[in-house]
Design a protein around this ligand. Structure first.
Ligand SMILES: Nc1nc2c(ncn2[C@@H]2O[C@H](COP(=O)(O)OP(=O)(O)OP(=O)(O)O)[C@@H](O)[C@H]2O)c(=O)[nH]1
Ligand SMILES: [Mg+2]
Ligand SMILES: [Zn+2]
Ligand SMILES: [Zn+2]
Length: 398
């Protein structure tokens, strides 16, 4: 595995014959020691991106190694897109391994989040896919939070391999670069990281010199999965939609018959109920537009470019068809109707995977949430307790 003939950045086998295929380098470059393929070179230096889809069959062939040589699986989850982070059919590969769910990108979470509540919710969602979870860790691979604790787990694995596994774009390569840096292992070439999914193409091995002996850690390619916000948007749109900094909650005091547009990606109609605060946890850059329910269709028809902005014209065709959920705060004895989302009397977070979430307070609410038809919204107990308290803590009241 520690073969010189693979690209240090993405794991692709190096070749000099086909420029269009992964792993291409000009023949003259083959003489060097730590070789970076041309694609990695361009991603790093020019921010160009040439996504390469790892097919499911290819992917499974690669992760089959985990089944043959069990060890510690670090299952990396994007805290912003749990649904889009669950690897289909992972269970059968990891049954004999220890699985630690590594919830990444927590630097983006607003202050005041209940990590316990979030951890329980994530654990239960992962366990529903039959993957046994030994532990849940919260990290920011990019900013370092939680990485020391993670490194201790890794250093303990002197007798079996460690695999960093997860869907494309969850931050696996960033995590490995962070582990290497913390383990005082200077990489001649860091693993290639990019804003778009489909960066790492094959397994690549990193040998750490731990206090108890050498540890073998593997970066793995991420599986692509089309029904995710991150795979439907161009690089420009992603700059607006994917948060880059800690979220600042936006609090809207809404009256019935008002609508909120979360760019041109989601629409919340508040049809009936009590005036109440509605809190948005989305990228600070995402354009939000509040209007009367009676004007909302007109905004959608005529103001996508100036008011809603994202998705851009090029990305728009995949965002034309909506899926609609009825949202309703239920009374105690009431059951949710099919196709609807129940809001608890204690308040709920309505999660839109890859975009963020909307917190409803639990006051009387009836409305409709519209999102693209390839996405699925879910409700979870709210992560942040008292909304009115939040307002004083850096939230914007609008
Ligand atoms: N805010 C934040 N962004 C992160 C963090 N870790 C990774 N990212 C970003 O997530 C994106 C994907 O990171 P990668 O490390 O390339 O993800 P990957 O899982 O290796 O992706 P593939 O190789 O495509 O499977 C990049 O834009 C990273 O900067 C983090 O801790 N916080
Ligand atoms: Mg990667
Ligand atoms: Zn490469
Ligand atoms: Zn776009």
């Amino acid at each position: 595995m520690a073969d010189e003939r693979v690209c240090r950045g993405c794991g692709a086998a190096l070749q000099t014959t086909d420029e269009a295929k992964p792993g291409f380098v000009p023949a003259s470059a083959m003489e060097k020691e730590n070789i970076l393929c041309r694609r990695c070179f361009r991603i790093r230096h020019y921010g160009e991106f040439m996504p390469v889809a790892v097919t499911e069959a290819d992917y499974q062939a690669q992760v089959a190694r985990i089944f043959d040589q069990p060890g510690l699986v670090l299952y990396v989850i994007d805290v912003f897109d749990l649904a889009g982070s669950l690897v289909p059919n992972l269970a059968r590969f990891v049954l004999s391994s220890d699985v630690v769910v590594v919830v990444n990108k927590v630097d983006l979470l607003p202050e005041g989040v209940s990590y316990e509540g979030l951890g329980d919710w994530i654990r239960s969602r992962v366990e529903k896919t039959r993957v046994p979870v030994d532990d849940v860790l919260f990290v920011s691979a990019a900013r370092g939070h939680g990485m020391d604790e993670l490194l201790q787990l890794v250093f303990d694995r002197v007798d079996s391999p460690v695999y960093v596994v997860g869907m494309a774009n969850t931050g696996k390569s960033t995590l490995l670069n962070g582990i290497a840096a913390r383990a005082d292992r200077t990489l001649a070439e860091p693993y290639t990281v990019s804003r778009q999914p489909g960066t790492t193409l094959a397994l690549s091995e990193l040998i750490l010199d731990g206090p108890r002996g050498p540890v073998h850690v593997f970066d793995t390619p991420g599986l692509m999965y089309e029904a995710r916000v991150v795979e439907k948007l161009c690089s420009d749109c992603l700059t607006t939609v994917i948060p880059r900094n800690r979220l600042r909650p936006k609090v809207y005091q809404l009256n019935p018959e008002q609508t909120l547009f979360l760019a041109g990606i989601a629409r919340l109609d508040f049809v009936r109920g009590d005036r109440q605060p509605v809190v948005l946890y989305v990228s600070n850059e995402l354009p939000i537009h509040r209007t009367k329910l009676s004007r909302a269709d007109d905004i959608w028809e005529r103001h996508r470019d100036d008011l809603l902005q994202v998705p851009c014209e090029k990305c728009r065709p995949t965002f034309e068809r909506w899926r609609q959920y009825r949202l309703k705060r239920l009374r105690r004895d009431e059951k949710a109707a099919p196709g609807s989302i129940a809001v608890s009397g204690r308040g709920s977070d309505i999660v839109i995977p890859g975009l963020g979430w909307i917190t409803l307070s639990g006051a009387a609410f009836e409305g409709v949430l519209s999102i693209p038809d390839w996405l699925h919204a879910v409700a979870r107990p709210r992560l942040i307790g008292d909304i009115s308290r939040r307002v004083g803590q850096g939230g914007d009241v609008l």
